[in-house]
Write a protein that binds this ligand. Structure first.
Ligand SMILES: *Cc1c(COP(=O)(O)O)cnc(C)c1O
Length: 395
């Protein structure tokens, strides 16, 4: 990234920033005017940086249609695929596993895109009611499979499908998880938007990222590698702490995921972690210089959520609460520094968790009130790849 781009970022529109950031990855595959349209449709909503106190700012990534940051990647990816599919005479099936938020964002992004069928696998009983309705109610080209199992089980079934030769000969399958770079690369945009709004350009921010599959923080690290000024990154984790443990001990030990109140981060063996290692040539020490990690229990997360609500008058969602907690902890150990945590979802998406903690109702946007009146429409399935295969063949 040229120095002039960073130095002059204040004067650019967010569309100009996003196009500049993504262009090197697109090359000539998509014409300039089409790319500009895709970018504009992707980031049509706001990404405000809000001051919480002297040292802590919240980058609100939840102003998109499904109230979580995943709208950015899902919208970009669906529009890219929509562009390519025009010259393709086969039906494309997007197969995706979700721990909560990906499903809704992908369903919304791909709804009624011609030539694209979307199959979403989600763990039964482990997503919030708003999340479940977002992914089970669109209908048409969006199919929701409710799996009796965990997110890891869903992800495993999806991976098996991609590795199944017989299936792939019949159906053109593509992924919409953050393993897919079309979903992952555009997540760099909002790190640049954050920097644009950062008030002290001579004291660059620490950035704390609530992390599960580690796509979001990996995009931040890539943005940093391209020249975005960031002092340090923090991977904020819930009880699924394999990366926190790795940074503490140097040993990476994948685990079974455990269910938490920040469910979009319930990942036991994050797929994007290898990308992070590659960015640092697998050198533990160079990674450690740039990234720290903290993990928080549900108990602690609720405590933070309640405290910040009472003392700072700011309502966090459970994922943002983990991000806030990690940033706060780091800043206490590094006086003089200031930072940003990514508020990755709107608290209303998790009203069932948030309301008992703050002892108040969370105000509901009209769109959520309307959503809660709908009836879910899912296909129940055991966590058994053969059932998924049969389903995909019968579609
Ligand atoms: C998906 C998600 C995360 C985790 O992001 P990763 O890229 O998987 O690390 C955090 N918070 C929310 C609200 C999410 O939806």
């Amino acid at each position: 990234m040229e120095k002039e781009f960073i130095a002059g970022i204040d004067k650019l529109s967010k569309e100009e920033i996003a196009c500049r950031v993504i262009r090197p990855y697109i090359g000539n595959e998509i014409p300039k005017n089409e790319l500009e349209r895709i970018v504009a449709e992707t980031i049509y909503f706001d990404f405000p940086l809000r001051k919480i106190d002297q040292h802590i700012f919240s980058l609100e990534l939840f102003h998109g249609p499904t109230l979580a940051f995943k709208d950015v990647g899902a919208r970009f990816m669906s529009r890219c695929l929509g562009y390519f599919v025009k010259n393709f005479n086969k039906q494309i099936t997007v197969l995706v596993a979700t721990s909560g938020d990906t499903g809704g964002a992908v369903a919304n992004g791909f709804y009624n895109v011609d030539g694209v069928e979307v199959v979403i696998l989600y763990p039964s009983g482990k997503v919030s009611s708003v999340q479940e309705l977002q992914l089970t109610t669109p209908g048409n080209n969006i199919k929701a499979l409710e799996i009796e199992g965990s997110f890891d089980d869903c992800q495993k079934m999806v991976k098996q499908a991609f590795a199944d030769k017989q299936l792939n000969e019949k159906i053109f399958l593509t992924s919409a998880n953050s393993i897919n770079v079309a979903r992952w690369l555009p997540q760099q945009f909002y790190y640049f938007f954050a920097y644009q709004q950062w008030p002290e350009k001579d004291n660059t921010p620490v950035i704390s990222v609530p992390s599960g599959n580690f796509g979001n923080i990996c995009a931040g690290l890539l943005a940093h590698r391209s020249g975005l000024p960031v002092t340090h990154f923090i991977a904020a984790c819930n009880a699924n702490d394999v990366v926190t443990e790795y940074l503490a001990t140097g040993n990476y030990v994948p685990a079974k995921s455990v269910a938490t109140i920040s469910n979009a981060m319930d990942v036991g063996d994050p797929s994007n972690f290898v990308r992070i290692l590659e960015l640092f040539n697998k050198e533990f020490r160079s990674l450690k210089k740039v990234m720290s990690s903290y993990s928080f229990s549900d108990e602690k997360t609720k405590e933070i959520l309640g405290e910040v609500f009472r003392e700072k008058k700011y309502l966090l969602d459970p994922h943002g609460a983990v991000g806030y907690g990690a940033l706060n902890k780091y800043l206490q150990q590094h006086p003089g520094q200031k930072g940003i945590f990514l508020e990755t979802a709107h608290p209303v998406k998790f009203y069932d968790v948030v309301e008992p903690v703050i002892n108040e109702k969370v105000p509901m946007p009209q769109s959520v009130q309307d959503l809660l009146k709908l009836k879910k429409n899912s296909i129940k399935m055991r966590s058994d790849y053969r059932e998924l295969k049969e389903y995909l063949f019968s579609e």
